[in-house]
Design a binder for this molecule. Structure first.
Ligand code: BGC
Ligand code: BGC
Length: 437
């Protein structure tokens, strides 16, 4: 492995609903994922996040795993319904106490706390009032950011407003496979704009409380053209605008691209200035490229997503394409030039069906190969002049993978859910050795 700058940030990521459990503890209110997971047929194994990895009670053990890994940063998310059980009103001190203990434990272990404010677990009461379709949710989000930063702003080293607003819009509100389960197709655009507006308002709220840097974490997927007609190229451009530009162009001051569903009537005077509030870091989450060709006649979509041949695949059946990460980092640099802030890869990882062997050890050579390839891709991008300053593995622990329930394991650490026993996999040792170097 080639050398990285000495101050390069190595980390791992998780999110609240996927690991915490304890969904009724200390005054936490219900979130849209508590509701969604209870609806028949939504989650493949009919599980919920009620217990997940029981991290709420085992955070000290998990902090020790982080210390053993030697990472300089840990990206976790804060559950809005712990801080504001109904999404409005004063802070629930008992909910914030948990993150206070976590943050102090991380600092004592020499690990920088990196906090995401919204990783999809909207308070159910806000959903009942329209959720992100309702413009008021943006204002509520800024209020929650203010309450949280008032308590933790002196110790969190990097704030991330939203996680993957594209995925929350498309899977949660366009296709209905994630909470809140709406199937609006391109009528989901207000969810894009109101999340971005909430982001911009939250940036201002955070700036008033802390001098720590502020970021957003977007999901990106380079488009692979599966066809060579003009219609295929138009389809690829439409998909690229939707997945890769809809959230980034306005964040970086370019306004909205001509993406499917974009509705100027949703955007009020002055909104674009709020959305384009300067950020210090752009978080990049990358898993795979997307194959696109022109749609069939009569399709409701202006593109068709097609499987990509010729790649190894993860247990999620996602193609393993580290070159896609290098390509997207170079694209971001070429597309945005001087407007591009430093990048940190805030998620990168893979699911495999990891099973302990007879000695209780978990060998996951595919994950090591996956991470090795993606870390090298980052190194190449840095060599080509892209300002990348960090890399976070998704995820520290096997956890509750949304609609896939407990069936997809992304962790460097294996979790046996019935006993909650944690077993570091061979990828944990590999990543530890990489970080040490
Ligand atoms: C995307 C991933 C994303 C996932 C959400 C996939 O289709 O390629 O990047 O994280 O959906 O579950
Ligand atoms: C999300 C994670 C998720 C991962 C794997 C990302 O889209 O931010 O919460 O577990 O992809 O699907």
């Amino acid at each position: 492995m080639p050398d990285f700058p000495a101050d390069f940030r190595w980390g791992v990521s998780t999110s609240a609903y996927q690991i915490e459990g304890a969904t009724a503890a200390d005054g936490r209110g219900p979130s849209i994922w508590d509701t969604f997971a209870r609806e028949p047929g939504r989650i493949v194994d009919a599980s919920t996040g009620d217990e997940a990895c029981d991290h709420y009670h085992r955070y000290a053990e998990d902090t020790a795993l982080l210390a053993g890994l030697g990472v300089s940063a840990y990206r976790f998310s804060i559950a809005w319904p712990r801080v504001q059980p109904t999404g409005a009103g004063p802070a629930n001190a008992a909910g914030l106490d948990f993150y206070d203990r976590l943050v102090d434990g991380l600092l004592a272990a020499g690990v920088d706390p990196v906090a995401t404010l919204f990783h999809w677990d909207l308070p159910q009461a806000l959903e009942d009032a329209g959720g992100w379709l309702n413009r008021d949710t943006a204002a509520r989000f800024a209020e929650y950011a203010d309450l949280t930063a008032a308590r933790l702003g002196d110790r969190v080293k990097l704030w991330i407003t939203l996680n993957e607003p594209f995925v929350h819009m498309s899977l949660g509100h366009g296709m209905g496979v994630h909470a809140p389960g709406r199937v609006l197709l391109f009528d989901a655009f207000p969810v894009a704009h109101h999340q971005l507006l909430g982001h911009g308002l939250a940036v201002a709220a955070l700036r008033a409380r802390t001098t720590s840097p502020v970021a957003i974490a977007n999901n990106y997927s380079p488009v692979r053209l599966a066809g060579d007609t003009d219609a295929d190229r138009a389809a690829a451009a439409a998909y690229d605008a939707l997945h890769n530009r809809l959230f980034t162009d306005p964040l970086l001051g370019l306004g909205y691209p001509d993406a499917p569903g974009f509705d100027p009537a949703v955007v009020r005077d002055g909104d674009l200035d709020v959305v384009a509030a300067p950020i210090d870091v752009l978080g990049v989450n990358y898993y795979n490229p997307t194959g696109i060709r022109a749609p069939e006649e009569g399709s409701p979509l202006p593109f068709e997503i097609v499987p990509l041949d010729g790649y190894p695949r993860t247990a999620f059946d996602w193609p393993v394409a580290p070159d896609g990460l290098r390509e997207l980092l170079l694209h971001l640099r070429d597309r945005y030039g001087d407007a591009l802030p430093p990048i940190q890869v805030t998620e990168s990882g893979c699911a495999y069906d990891d099973v302990p062997d007879a000695d209780g050890r978990v060998h996951d050579p595919e994950r090591i190969a996956y991470l090795d390839g993606h870390v090298r891709a980052v190194h190449e991008a840095i060599g080509a002049g892209v300002p990348v300053t960090g890399y976070f593995v998704w995820s520290l622990l096997d956890n509750w993978e949304w609609a896939e329930g407990f069936t997809k394991r992304f962790g460097l650490v294996h979790v046996d859910y019935p006993t909650q026993r944690r077993t570091p996999k061979s990828s944990y040792t590999w990543f530890r050795d990489l970080v040490r170097r």
